[in-house]
Unconditional design. Structure first.
Length: 312
C-alpha cells in the first residue's frame, strides 16, 4: 500500500504552536489522557469478557466500541506526545500511513458499531418477545464479523486508491495524518479516490444516520405508547446516552471530512473538530456507558474489587 508513496520518506505535520513553558505540561496532559483512555476502555473490555452475566448481545456489541476507541487513540496520541516532547513535527511516511489508517478505521468502525447497537436496542424495546429469537449468539457474531470486515475492506480500498500515485509534497496542514491530506499531496489524478471517499462518507455517515434515525423513531413511538413508567425511563436513558455518543461522532467526523473539500473552510476549526473526535469519544464512551448501564457499572466495581482485594 505504501510502495508508490516512497517518493517521500517523511511528512511534516502542522505545528502545535506551543511556547517553551507549555511543552512539559502539554506532554503530561497528552500522556495522562492517553493512559486514561487505554485504562478505562481496557477495563470495559476485560469486565465484559470475564463477566459471564454480561455475555449478552448488547454487551457483546458494546465491547467492540472500546476496542475501536483504543485503535483510534493509539493511532493519534503516541506520535503526538512524542512530537510535543521533542518539538519535532516530522513523521516517517510509513508511520504517517499507519496513523491515518488506524484513525480512519476507528472513525468508520465506531459508526458501524453504534448502528448495530441501535438495531439491538430497537429489537429489545420494540419486539421484546422476539428478542432472544432474533439476537442469537450466532447472529451477533455475524454482525461483529461484518462490522470489522466491512471496516477493513472499505479503508483498505480507500488507501490503496489514494496511495497508488506518488506523493510529491510533504507538508500536512493537519495535526495528524489522514486520507484527504494524502489526496492533496498526491501528484496524480486522484478523482477516483476522491469519488470513492465521497461514496464511503455518504455510505457510513448517511447509512448510520438513517439506521439510527429509523430505529430511534420506532423506539420513541413504542416508549410513548408504553404505560410502564419504569420501562419507559430505562429506555430513554439507554437510548439518550447512545444518541449523544453518536451525534458527537457524526457531526464532528462529517464536518472534518467535508471541510477538506472547501478551500475557504477554517483550518483551525477543522483541526479542532478532527482532534476532538480522537479525544472525547474514546475518553467519554467507557465513562458514559459504565455509569449509565447499571449492570456494567456493577460488574466493573466487582471486577476492580477482585483485582484489588487481599490475596490469601
Amino acid at each position: 500500500m505504501s510502495a508508490n508513496s516512497s517518493s517521500v520518506k517523511f511528512f511534516i505535520l502542522a505545528t502545535l504552536g506551543l511556547p517553551p513553558t507549555h511543552i512539559y505540561p502539554a506532554f503530561l496532559f497528552g500522556t495522562l489522557t492517553y493512559l486514561i483512555i487505554v485504562f478505562c476502555n481496557s477495563l470495559v473490555i476485560l469486565t465484559i469478557a470475564l463477566s459471564k452475566s454480561l455475555h449478552r448481545p448488547m454487551f457483546l456489541l458494546l465491547i467492540n466500541l472500546p476496542i475501536s476507541d483504543i485503535l483510534g487513540a493509539s493511532g493519534f496520541f503516541p506520535q503526538l506526545v512524542f512530537s510535543i516532547l521533542t518539538q519535532n513535527r516530522i513523521i516517517s511516511s510509513s508511520a504517517c500511513i499507519t496513523q491515518a489508517f488506524l484513525i480512519h478505521l476507528y472513525g468508520a468502525g465506531n459508526l458501524l458499531i453504534l448502528s448495530a447497537m441501535a438495531y439491538d436496542r430497537y429489537i429489545a424495546i420494540c419486539s421484546p418477545l422476539k428478542y432472544n429469537t432474533i439476537m442469537t449468539s450466532n447472529f451477533v457474531i455475524r454482525i461483529i464479523f461484518l462490522i470489522w470486515f466491512l471496516d477493513f475492506l472499505l479503508m483498505t480500498i480507500l488507501f490503496a486508491l489514494t496511495l497508488r500515485f506518488n506523493i510529491c509534497r510533504t507538508k500536512i496542514e493537519d495535526l495528524y495524518c489522514n486520507n484527504p491530506t494524502f489526496q492533496k499531496l498526491s501528484c496524480g489524478d486522484n478523482r477516483v479516490s476522491n469519488y470513492y471517499g465521497l461514496f464511503i462518507t455518504c455510505f457510513l455517515n448517511g447509512g448510520s444516520l438513517l439506521i439510527i434515525g429509523y430505529t430511534y423513531a420506532q423506539i420513541l413511538r413504542t416508549c410513548v405508547m408504553n404505560n410502564n413508567t419504569d420501562s419507559r425511563k430505562k429506555a430513554f436513558q439507554t437510548c439518550g446516552t447512545h444518541l449523544v455518543v453518536f451525534l458527537v461522532l457524526q457531526i464532528n467526523s462529517a464536518f472534518t471530512i467535508i471541510s477538506h473539500r472547501f478551500e475557504n473552510a477554517s483550518p483551525f476549526l477543522r483541526r479542532a473538530c478532527g482532534v476532538s473526535i480522537l479525544i472525547f469519544p474514546p475518553l467519554l464512551d467507557p465513562i458514559i456507558y459504565g455509569l449509565k448501564s447499571k449492570e456494567l457499572k456493577k460488574s466493573i466495581i466487582e471486577f476492580l474489587k477482585r483485582q484489588m482485594g487481599p490475596t490469601k
